[in-house]
Design a protein around this ligand. Structure first.
Ligand code: HEC
Length: 137
């Protein structure tokens, strides 16, 4: 059958549409990639555990682990959520800074500070497997 130009045009539009609206495709990666990324993540978790027990993080020698042994009662799975102390819907990082400012009498970390990322990686790793429950109290 001869395809008329009008049909080819319509086919082109359909194909373009399929390409635009197809589900997101991840890049290809190998087993070696996965192992590398996992070990990079675990390194950051390890650093987070150190920061969590570092008396130098604040100014009064108090450490996170005193009140949150093994990340207890940090509930990362509930973020973002409304935090009474902050008066707004806040992220886990903002709540970590609340505890740095108050019990530790320290200064806020930038949200992209390596120690902040490490603290979040450590806390999340301690709660691995807990169901996400954003906004929950
Ligand atoms: C002196 C005790 C104390 C120390 C030290 C402390 N916290 Fe907290 N933290 C609390 C209390 C109490 C709350 C509960 C506040 C609330 O949600 O009502 C809290 C809440 C949190 C939450 C939110 C928990 C939730 O259920 O939403 C996170 C996350 C957190 N702390 C992380 C940290 C980190 C990280 C450090 C170290 C930088 C730290 N805390 C140090 C007492 C402490």
């Amino acid at each position: 059958m001869r395809i008329k130009p009008i049909q080819t045009g319509a086919l082109g539009i359909i194909l373009a549409g399929l390409m635009i609206f197809s589900p997101a495709q991840a890049d290809e990666f190998t087993k070696a990639d996965l192992e590398l990324w996992q070990s990079e993540f675990q390194e950051v978790v390890k650093k987070g555990r150190q920061v969590f027990t570092d008396p130098g993080l604040g100014t009064n020698g108090v450490v996170c682990a005193q009140c949150h042994p093994n990340g207890a009662n940090t509930h990362p799975e509930t973020y973002p959520k409304f935090q009474k102390q902050l008066g707004k819907v806040a992220t886990l990082g903002e709540m970590i800074n609340f505890c740095i400012r108050n019990p530790l009498e320290g200064k806020d970390l930038a949200l992209d500070d390596q120690r902040m990322i490490a603290l979040q990686a450590y806390i999340a790793e301690e709660r691995r497997g807990v169901k996400l429950a954003p906004g929950k109290h």
